[in-house]
Design a protein around this ligand. Structure first.
Ligand code: SAM
Length: 254
């Protein structure tokens, strides 16, 4: 990729919002979300093996770089080629410039720099690629950790992703998920929702749906809230609370 790429300001709204969300300022006193998620994962898995991790739905890659400080290899995948290209440019140049919207047509200039965030050293352990969580290529396998942040309620077939996660983890491997469970038919047909509906008059929550899909092959180890704030403009923010769940694939039985 030509060196000049590192100097171009990213102005696409969704990419800029995600660059700011992952690498930019903290807002409303809420800590950086990808960093908080990876801290929750690392404290949950303790001294478990850290050979290979999969960050699925990685967007512009902050959690992938954070995981690479601990894991020997991180495969970082997203459906969106534009997010992946942005992450690769940051990886290759160590810096990514972008603008954020202030009000109307007014913008401010920002810079994401891996070195400043202490992420320079391990960045080359991440392999970014475009791929589909619901139809993963076969060579994406043998993981000690699969991490999917705010992904399941954006998938067209979340159950297919969970089934693949089960297959692609080593025995005793970990699955870490976060989601605000904001099911929308524009992303997921209603018959594919994991929860957020009534069945025979009873509420089916997404946590219940996750248990149905994952137990008995997985045990639920942890469940907590992780808040996040996405800046839209200088005066407009999305403040959301995701649920973090950490699951462990049970060792194979003889
Ligand atoms: C709400 S964003 C979360 C991004 C990032 N994990 C985070 O927490 O900031 C959802 C991400 O999932 C990606 N995505 C949606 N459908 C996907 C699929 N089928 N396979 C892989 N990624 C997908 C989107 O491109 C987007 O980057």
């Amino acid at each position: 990729m030509p060196e000049a790429m590192g100097n171009i300001y990213e102005t696409d709204d969704s990419i800029s919002e995600y660059l700011e969300f992952h690498y930019g300022d903290e807002y409303l006193g809420v800590p950086n979300f990808p960093v908080a998620c990876v801290q929750a994962v690392l404290s949950g898995i303790g001294d478990a093996p850290k050979r290979k991790a999969l960050d699925i739905g990685c967007s512009v890659g902050r959690s992938s770089f954070e995981l690479a400080r601990e894991f020997e290899q991180v495969d970082a995948l997203d459906f969106s080629t534009r997010f992946i290209v942005s992450a690769i440019e940051l990886q290759e140049h160590g810096v990514r410039r972008y603008t954020v919207r202030d009000e109307g047509d007014l913008e401010s200039f920002r810079e994401a720099k891996l070195e400043t965030l202490g992420l320079g050293g391990a960045a080359d352990r991440v392999k970014f690629a475009q791929n589909d969580a619901c139809n993963l290529k076969t060579h994406y396998t043998g993981y000690d950790l699969i991490f999917g942040a705010n992904l399941i309620d954006r998938l067209y077939d979340p159950a297919a992703f969970l089934a693949a996660a089960k297959e692609r983890l080593v025995a005793g491997g970990y699955l870490a998920l976060t989601s605000p469970y904001t099911w929308l038919t524009e992303h997921t047909d209603k018959d594919k929702w994991l929860g957020g509906y009534k069945e025979d008059g009873e509420n089916v929550t997404t946590l219940h749906g996750l248990r149905r899909a994952l137990e008995p092959d997985f045990e639920l180890l942890e469940q907590s809230d992780i808040p996040f704030v996405i800046r839209e403009t200088r005066r407009k923010f999305q403040h959301t609370v995701a649920e973090f769940t950490l699951w462990r694939k049970k060792p194979e039985r003889d």
